[in-house]
Design a protein around this ligand. Structure first.
Ligand code: SF4
Ligand code: SF4
Length: 66
């Protein structure tokens, strides 16, 4: 599963493009403390813990746990 340190996210979308399961996207409704739409996961049950999203994130927002 993945968790986000949401207020560090700058909404660049790199994590969403890197996810092979297509379960990461930018929130369309919520904003974080920086005023960006933060990344979120739609279904942690589909996550295969590959870590691609965390590796590509330039701001170390994402934590992957098995
Ligand atoms: S760990 Fe892999 S499958 Fe899970 S959300 Fe990140 S990129 Fe997607
Ligand atoms: S790659 Fe990091 S900073 Fe960019 S949208 Fe994803 S979590 Fe946010």
């Amino acid at each position: 599963m993945v968790t986000f340190d949401e207020d560090l996210c700058k909404g660049c979308g790199l994590c969403a493009s890197a996810c092979p399961k297509k379960i990461v996207s930018l929130s369309k409704t919520r904003m974080n403390a920086k005023g960006f739409h933060p990344a979120e996961v739609s279904d942690n049950g589909l996550c295969i813990s590959c870590g691609f999203c965390a590796i590509i994130c330039p701001d170390i927002v994402i934590r992957v746990e098995k």
